[in-house]
Ligand binder design. Sequence first.
Ligand code: ATP
Ligand code: I3P
Length: 316
Amino acid sequence: MEPVSSSIIDTAPPLPPDTQPLEHQIAGHFHGRSESKYGLLEQKSTGFVLKPFISAPRGPREHQFYVDVFSIHAPVEIQNLRPFLPTFFGLYEFAGMQYLTLENILKDFQRPCIADVKIGRITYDSEASTEKKQKLKNNFPAAVDLGFQLCGWKTYRSTQKKYIYHHKQCARSIKKHEISSALANFFGAPESDHHPVVRDVIIRLRTLERVMSDLRGFTFLATSLLIVYDGAQHQSCTQSMPKVDVRLVDFAHVSTVNDENGNPINQPDDNFIFGLRSYIDHLETIADDKFIYLPLERLNHNDPSNASSNCYTTFM
Ligand SMILES: Nc1ncnc2c1ncn2[C@@H]1O[C@H](COP(=O)(O)OP(=O)(O)OP(=O)(O)O)[C@@H](O)[C@H]1O
Ligand SMILES: O=P(O)(O)O[C@@H]1[C@H](O)[C@H](O)[C@@H](OP(=O)(O)O)[C@H](OP(=O)(O)O)[C@H]1O
């Protein structure tokens, strides 16, 4: 992992007992590094993920969403989302901060490879300031056309026995026409055969697409799709199929949309579904045998003499 400087440790909030910063975190608020200094943690003995319950409206909204999805009274269309979410185990409190206790979706993976894909042409809600809207648009302008953006990915290269982590600044520097190769890179290209895992992910995402199409009256803004496969089992010379998972996280900007009479509108979330379909279409492209992987100069850039321009970090 990236070395943590002593100044960061000095200013980070106290860690609750039996916890550490979340291993394999791809994007989002990192412990000690986000503006508030609070970030995701993991409980060492249980493996649970602790996500800071931040101030209203974001924290309570995300909490309420998990409560609603896992409620015994949840309508069937909402229950159908459960396999695509980390299980929610309630709230935890330490030193004046509350945390959502979540299943760690990587717990059964030996060498988890993870991509964080933020879905939607638009990722801000109406309450965002003009500055925040502009900042989010500038982060990755191509998202308006693509309907999704890569927030980073981490791949285990079994031939080199190391992880390669492409961070969000690198992900945002990728041009629209380069996206397919960046996706294939996450799935192991060019060293490993990416096809079997991609085909498995497409099947799972088609199910998610149906679930989201049946769900009416919600908007999911800035929600991320986490794509996971096991890099320990991913070798071009073996036939074994790596373990795969796809989940949604980050519901701080999920809300219901009502009509003028205050009733939920009878429409699916077009912004989300457009982005999900577009991501699946890109996976279909790289699953095709005719797909040609373009090694991107930027993805391969790692100059020890100029660390700030590097696109990735490596670790064991
Ligand atoms: N349940 C989970 N299990 C394992 N890893 C998780 C889980 N939830 C989140 N993560 C990791 O943490 C990262 C950030 O998650 P999330 O988007 O929920 O955080 P956030 O701080 O709200 O992000 P943002 O800054 O985009 O609002 C993800 O990219 C993923 O790597
Ligand atoms: O990736 P970046 O460039 O750091 O941009 C952040 C990212 O879009 C987060 O999703 C967002 O948090 P929310 O999803 O919780 O709004 C955060 O807003 P914030 O700065 O207001 O926390 C942004 O700064």
